[in-house]
Write a protein that binds this ligand. Structure first.
Ligand SMILES: [Fe+2]
Ligand SMILES: [Fe+2]
Length: 263
């Protein structure tokens, strides 16, 4: 079993396709991952399963790899808290988790925005432009930039998980660009498609960061690095040149607008 724990997951899935279904049962979606060179043991460590679930998962994988043998399941040494609700973030990481809350509120509004899409009126077009402005300046320049230009730089850029995060950011930017282009042509179908895809991507992306990436990073950063990170985030926030509170007001306003529509 130890041999397989140190093997790349794609290689294992190629050899034993059933392993993909087993991982899916535990919400570990390795097959669609664009990178896919992670080792089985890293995947198990980083996905914060409770200890009993982790043993159960490894038991099922062992049965697939060695159908005729009784295999002793090794315990994977983990550095992170197993229950997401108990995750304690450092101060700078907590700041990023708090920024996700506003982004998630926008993402939650996307189905309503799409259902009420109006590209013919000035007001309808402005709503899309305001949503794009939120995504570009709050989600991207204010938040993703802190991740890419500061936080991720403390780690090896060749780590698979960081490649996946960068790839998600790039895809998100491409969706936003496509929304603006579609708005120019008043193409409602394309606006809906790219806004919806953006929402789905960001939901998954934020979950990965909150529950997997940030706790893992916190455990691997020294106290000095965390202090340093806090100062750099503060400096960046001060330099940004616009108030993030205006974006909170925007979200409050559209939440209110759609709530009134429901009454
Ligand atoms: Fe991110
Ligand atoms: Fe993020």
């Amino acid at each position: 079993m130890e041999d397989y724990l140190n093997k790349g997951i794609k290689e294992i899935i190629d050899q034993f396709p059933e392993v993909e279904n087993i991982l899916n049962e535990y919400d570990i979606g390795c097959a669609p991952c664009s990178v896919g060179t992670c080792l089985l043991k890293d995947i198990v460590e980083i996905h914060i399963l409770p200890a009993d679930k982790e043993q159960e998962l490894l038991g099922k994988i062992a049965k697939t790899l060695y159908p005729d043998r009784e295999i002793k399941i090794p315990r994977i040494e983990r550095k992170i808290e197993t229950e997401p609700k108990k995750i304690k973030y450092s101060l700078p990481m907590k700041g990023l988790v708090d920024e996700h809350v506003l982004i998630k509120r926008l993402v939650a509004l996307i189905p309503e925005v799409v259902a009420n899409l109006d590209v013919d009126s000035e007001e309808g077009r402005q709503l899309i432009l305001d949503a794009v402005d939120f995504i570009r300046f709050y989600a991207d320049k204010y938040h993703h930039a802190k991740e890419e230009e500061i936080l991720f730089k403390y780690f090896d850029e060749n780590l698979d998980i960081l490649k996946v995060m960068h790839e998600d950011h790039t895809q998100a930017r491409n969706h936003v660009k496509a929304v603006l282009e579609a708005l120019g042509r008043k193409d409602k179908a394309a606006i809906s498609k790219h806004l919806t895809a953006y929402g789905e991507l960001l939901n998954e992306h934020i979950k990965k960061e909150d529950e997997i990436l940030y706790p893992w990073m916190d455990k691997n950063l020294s106290i000095t690095q965390i202090g340093d990170l806090f100062s750099k985030f503060k400096e960046t926030d001060e330099k940004i040149g616009y108030s993030p509170s205006k974006y909170e007001e925007f979200i409050n306003k559209i939440e209110e607008k759609f709530k009134q529509k429901e009454v």
